[in-house]
Design a protein around this ligand. Sequence first.
Ligand code: NAD
Ligand code: IMJ
Length: 255
Amino acid sequence: MLQGKRGLIFGVANKRSIAWAIAKAASASGAQVALTYQNERLGESVRELAATLPGETPCIECDVTHDVSLDAAFDEVKIRFGSLDFLVHSVAFARKEELSGGYSQTSREGFHFAQDVSTYSFTAVARRGAALMEGRAGAMITLTYIGAERVIPNYNVMGVAKAALEASVRYLAADLGPRGIRVNAISAGPIKTLAAAGIGDFSQILEHHKNKAPLRKNTEAEEVADSALFLLSPLSRGITGEVIHVDGGYSIMGT
Ligand code: NAD
Ligand code: IMJ
């Protein structure tokens, strides 16, 4: 589905990362991908994962909270790839203190930090990515969660960040659409990744999801990756500004 296309993927931390599932699926569909990693602590394992993909897989350090780091990463992509066909943003972070207790306790600093890493970063990479997509029917996706739409216990400041991220998808789609670039989001069901580690009662959340979702199963990163392939390929050429739920149908239920 992505034969001959080149893509840049943000957010691989380890083999459980949703971004890694997307990288594997895109590669298996014929794409060449470049991976970014947050810092040198993660560099080693990301390079090891990249080495398991066929062909050259550039691995580039990029902290999305720093414009200098973003500019350097995109300069490197331009040198290695010349142009881009797709971009995947699979990045989120909030301070641990803000992910328990009441939302009203959220600090100004904690609010700004979550918005900077989890929300503004998509706009920052979309602008730089679009510059490498001129004349190529580019596609971009980000990852979101139902906590943007409904109150999920402890998701707190991340829910507000994801709501703003989903609004960003619509504004970016309107802005970049005239240049032939599509922008969409996948709202994934809960998956046990690093971003879910240390979340109290996560097993209970998975159990609840499994019992309530129409498909009666938990969401797998591979299912998210297959929908990502669709949104990054010409099969979805009529879709932009959309949030697609890949959650076994969980979000349609009223009880
Ligand atoms: P993950 O921990 O593997 O991925 C999160 C990534 O964000 C990591 O690679 C981390 O290095 C990166 N990151 C954090 N701060 C960064 C920074 N300053 N600069 C660059 N990168 C930074 O976990 P995941 O579950 O694969 O999460 C990926 C995305 O999927 C996130 O947006 C998350 O909100 C979303 N999501 C996850 C779930 C779930 O249940 N796991 C459900 C729905 C949506
Ligand atoms: C995260 C927090 C609270 C409840 C949660 C989650 N539920 C799910 C998640 C129910 C599914 C995972 N998720 C969708 C995320 O977007 C996670 C983001 C995240 C996770 C952490 C954990 C460690 C930390 N900061 C984080 N920041 C963002 O210190």
